[in-house]
Design a binder for this molecule. Structure first.
Ligand code: HEM
Length: 484
């Protein structure tokens, strides 16, 4: 039986040369132009299938979801750093199912409502720091995203970027992101290498794995212990961890599953690892887009002024009355999807699809990037144009990025509700309070913004400069609170 088409490989190295380390999603999209919706190739013993078409992604990852709901085994991340315990890298099985149940109960729509006012507080704090130290906006946004996760997962309020919870998490994230690009570590391609002694050349992964494992152990254990201590003292506040330890929907698992505590700890820490960076990268991406498009910012401000007014900050409840802001959020996720290659899947059995064999253990890469680049004669894909989602007169409406940026089927992102709420609220409150323009140098000349993104599994905007100033005549004081 033949496998799907793809480039012909060299012996041994296979087609590894076809996977550049920089922005592999662009190369994958081009391979799709040559080979069609499915491109299949080998690299050092791994078989890789890249999907470039939405229908094919739905057929394999939703309709045949059970066959494709495992993850490839990243030796460095999964084994040496222990991330096989996390939700995102867990293979298909009982442990992963329990994590998903925890997320359904403790991060579902009902649980999310508990956090609306926390998110409002976090936006107000972000606005205050943007007004006080606008040059630090990148750190401020990262910190706000860290606050969203620490408060919803553990009820921990974070004071500053030097907070040990945040420092630990950021360092661990840095490592994970690097360890999970297929091909980044030779050991991921030749798993037997991990048995080589640490002095052997090429075994940098031993050091990285060891450091990563220590960091991750602390990331998992410390905040969990905090929630237990607060609960014992009778002073805990709502959080994912507290809900998981108390909600009656999880009583059976708590009573019968001896791995329950381990699962709660790892599920909560997985949310940090999976959620903080994508929220901050989305908000920074939006700030960059608005600095480049003053007319879009003005239209967005006019919408907020007319719907919400200048006397109070926007809230989650205003969402459906603010279609332009929602279109900006969608366009931000489409313009540069935070996970351009989704999180790769692994097939758990041989499958036959459209006349091709897809062998068991194939690494499947749904190339979300290709979907975000669908040709559009009215609004070219490289342009930032929220209008593309609002122009009802068009016959061919674009697919909403909410249909693909969060993944598919049984492994779809369990944090998407929290992500949508927090990105919307942070975006709306920044837009309502600030003017954003390119920065100027000492001579008053604009510093051009170079639109560049990193190459990890999560792809972030590279650092850029812009000017953020409170809006003239704004009635919303930037050190606002919810009573204003
Ligand atoms: C803009 C924000 C976000 C984007 C674009 C995003 C995207 C994704 C994608 C593409 C996946 C892989 C889904 C698949 O395999 O098909 C995923 C998985 C995951 N996401 Fe998100 N995510 C976001 C925010 C969050 C947040 C805020 C959290 C937690 C609070 C979170 C937690 C997770 C977890 C735990 C997984 C692993 C699920 C599993 O393997 O079963 N994500 N996300």
């Amino acid at each position: 039986q033949r496998t799907p088409p793809g480039p012909i490989g060299l012996p041994l190295v296979g087609n590894l040369l076809h996977v550049p380390l920089k922005h592999p999603w662009i190369k994958f999209q081009r391979l799709g132009e040559t080979y069609g919706d499915m491109t299949y190739f080998h690299g050092l013993g791994n078989s890789i299938l890249v999907l470039n078409n939405h229908g094919t992604m739905l057929d394999l990852l939703v309709k045949k979801g059970n066959l494709y709901c495992s993850r490839p085994y990243f030796t460095v991340a999964c084994e040496l750093m222990n991330l096989v315990n996390s939700t995102a890298f867990a293979p298909f099985g009982e442990r992963w199912r329990l994590h998903r149940k925890l997320a359904r109960v403790a991060l579902g729509p009902e649980a999310l409502r508990e956090y609306d006012s926390t998110l409002m507080d976090i936006s107000a704090i972000l606005n205050r720091s943007l007004a006080e130290s606008p040059a630090d906006f990148i750190n401020d946004v990262r910190l706000a995203a860290g606050r969203v996760i620490m408060s919803t997962m553990y009820g921990i309020s974070v004071d500053s970027a030097q907070d040990p919870y945040i420092v630990r998490a950021e360092a661990a994230m840095n490592m994970i992101s690097k360890a999970t690009i297929p091909g980044e570590f030779t050991v991921d391609l030749l798993p037997a290498l991990k048995h080589l002694p640490t002095w052997f050349p090429l075994t940098r992964f031993h050091t990285v794995g060891e450091e990563g494992r220590k960091m991750i152990e602390e990331l998992v254990a410390k905040p969990y212990q905090y929630v237990k201590d607060e609960m014992a003292a009778g002073s805990s506040v709502p959080s994912f961890t507290r809900d998981a330890l108390t909600k009656k929907e999880l009583q059976t698992e708590r009573d019968t599953d001896e791995t329950f505590e381990h699962a709660v700890k790892w599920a909560a820490a997985s949310m940090y690892a999976a959620g903080q960076e994508v929220i901050s990268s989305s908000v920074l991406n939006m700030i960059m887009a608005l600095a480049l498009h003053p007319e879009i910012l003005r239209t967005a401000q006019a919408e907020i002024d007319s719907v919400v007014g200048r006397q109070r900050p926007p809230s989650i409840k205003d969402r459906h009355a603010l279609p332009y802001i929602l279109a900006i959020v969608k366009e931000t996720l489409r313009w540069h999807p935070p996970l351009p290659m989704d999180i790769p899947r692994a097939s758990i059995e041989d499958d036959f699809y459209n006349g091709y064999l897809i062998p068991k253990n194939t690494t499947v890469i749904p190339n979300i990037w290709s979907l975000s680049r669908a040709p559009d004669p009215d609004y070219p894909p490289e342009n930032f144009s929220p209008e593309r989602f609002l122009d009802n007169s068009r016959i061919n409406k674009p697919l909403s990025p909410l249909e693909y940026c969060f993944g598919f089927g049984r492994r779809i992102c369990p944090g998407r509700g929290l992500a949508e709420n927090s990105i919307f609220l942070l975006a709306a409150s920044i837009i309502s309070s600030f003017d954003i323009t390119p920065a100027v140098d000492g001579k008053g000349i604009k510093i051009p913004i170079d639109v560049q993104y990193s190459s990890g599994l999560v792809s972030l905007p590279e650092d850029f400069k812009c000017s953020i100033k409170p809006r003239g005549g704004t009635a919303i004081s930037v050190d606002d609170d919810r009573q204003a």
